[in-house]
Ligand binder design. Structure first.
Ligand code: DSN
Length: 494
């Protein structure tokens, strides 16, 4: 992949997708699919109906445009293209070269990054590419050879220890899971927790806010190779200028996982010290969350890491998905339009409205509010676990997910929190009033829900009951909101 941003800016079209044309395209596609396996065609249609009918508040989900979705259903999928643009292990990659180069160019221009690698299939993949790139760029080659790696599945814990030792016992410092960090930031269930000796920084127990002085102290003590920043459940901005200062002071490489808030960076809601791109050595992201693209990942890098990042496939990635890279190009082109900046600002404004609506009605929020796209309710204030709250909300047509809160007494499975995000419903056109009404519905359901005893009579963290009629009433109210803001307006499958 080219590493400089010297190409002339791509022309970004302003036309909005035509619902009539999209309807015709999907109808034809479903007819073709249905002729082979009607049950799959039916499930695709049912998924649209389900998505249209649910109040989707999962902070990591969104609705990609028909243009992005249609791009994935093409014969670009049929091409193997291991390697990089102009340097492939397969013949006939000229069109894949075109779409990959376009996606990378849009990414560089959108984020102001010197280098972009658009092959990762997911956020975990993007992080793996970044971690190997840092190891490859900063650890001497003889150490890698001495590791004598066998097939990864055969490695025992002792092997991993040996491998880590051979790599010089490299360390990663990331945000703890219960403070909102992500399991790919060095935690045991993920390979990053085996590759690196890991330590975490948390948040201030009083305020719930990131305590930069504590991060600095921990970094000085732990001396990580990688200082990891980014989160999946922290409802605040991060000051990346300070994080870079800390990384520089201890000789660490700053890797920022912006998967959750990439849309806010793209839409210039997070600028200056809150934009990770100028400060991080390497930035990773998914493309399907607030960025509203296809399901996939991406890496942005400073020039010194570019070559190593480009070795992502085959080092840690399978063959690139050309149809998805093409869809990334389309989504990134969309994100460069003025309308996307307005969308991103609305995502943040709506999160404020949701947070204020919840707080006003008595819900306790971790950190007391939000300045990004998500809020985290501590549902212990309602006498519930996250699991009970998640299920009760789902019964009422509100789709959310349970999430640990800092120092969660209920652990990572039952949890004490509910995470809510605004990207998806903002894509449907919800504004401040609709999010305030959504807050009212959520508090109604949580207030009307109580734990019930387990089968053995003891306390249950999963069982609950909601007062008669509340779930049904909420479904009706949610349907009113959803009907007023249709998903893919004008798109008709029949
Ligand atoms: N699964 C994503 C989320 O929900 O935040 C992160 O991997």
């Amino acid at each position: 992949m080219t590493t400089d941003a010297t190409t002339s800016p791509t022309t970004v079209p302003d036309a909005v997708p035509d619902a009539v044309a999209a309807s015709a395209a999907y109808r034809s596609a479903l007819e073709v699919i249905g002729a082979v396996e009607p049950r799959v065609a039916e499930a695709i249609g049912a998924e649209l109906a389900d998505q249209r009918a649910s109040l989707k508040l999962i902070a990591s989900e969104n609705y990609a445009s028909p243009a992005v979705l249609l791009t994935m259903g093409t014969w670009l999928s049929d091409k193997y293209a291991e390697g990089t643009v102009g340097h492939r292990f397969y013949a006939g990659c000229q069109n894949v070269d075109t779409v990959e180069a376009l996606a990378a160019e849009h990414a560089r221009e959108l984020f102001g990054a010197p280098h972009a690698y658009v092959q990762p299939h997911s956020g975990i993949d993007a992080n793996l590419v970044a971690f190997w790139a840092v190891l490859a760029s900063r650890v001497e080659a003889p150490a890698l050879e001495r590791a004598g790696v066998r097939h990864v599945n055969e490695l025992t814990d002792a092997d991993w220890r040996e491998l880590r030792r051979a790599l010089g016992d490299q360390r990663m410092l990331g945000m703890s899971l219960d403070a909102g960090g992500h399991l790919t930031h060095g935690f045991r269930p993920n390979i990053s927790g085996k590759m690196f000796e890991q330590s975490s920084y948390g948040t201030d127990p009083e305020t719930g806010l990131l305590d930069y002085a504590a991060v600095r102290d921990r970094a000085r003590e732990f001396r990580p190779l990688i200082l990891m920043a980014g989160y999946s459940a922290y409802p605040r901005r991060v000051d990346f200028a300070v994080m870079r200062e800390i990384a520089d002071e201890v000789g660490a490489t700053l890797v920022v996982d912006m998967a959750h808030f990439a849309g806010l960076v793209a839409g210039k809601v997070f600028t200056g010290d809150f934009d990770p791109v100028p400060y991080a050595h390497v930035v990773t992201t998914t493309t399907h969350k607030s960025l509203r693209g296809p399901r996939g990942g991406m890496v942005l890098a400073q020039p010194e890491f570019a070559d190593a990042v480009d070795r992502g496939c085959p080092m840690v990635l399978g063959g690139p998905l050309p149809h998805v890279m093409a869809a990334k190009a389309v989504a990134l082109a969309e994100a460069r339009r003025p309308a996307f900046a307005a969308y991103a600002q609305a995502v943040a404004d709506n999160a404020q409205s949701l947070a204020e609506g919840l707080t006003r009605r008595g819900a306790r929020l971790v950190t007391g509010g939000t300045d990004n796209h998500l809020v985290l309710i501590d549902v212990s204030g309602f006498g519930l676990t996250g699991r009970q709250a998640e299920s009760a909300l789902l019964d009422a047509g509100v789709v959310s997910n349970r999430n640990a809160v800092p120092a969660d007494p209920n652990g990572a499975w039952y949890t004490s929190g509910i995470r809510l995000g605004t990207p998806a419903l903002t894509s449907r056109g919800f504004g401040a009033a609709e999010f305030d009404r959504t807050a009212e519905l959520i508090v109604d359901v949580l207030s009307a829900t109580a734990p019930t005893a387990a089968r053995d009579g003891g306390a249950s963290k999963a069982r609950y009951t909601t007062a008669d009629g509340v779930a049904a009433r909420t479904r009706v109210a949610a349907a009113e909101l959803l009907d007023a803001h249709p998903l893919y307006p004008g798109l008709e499958l029949a």
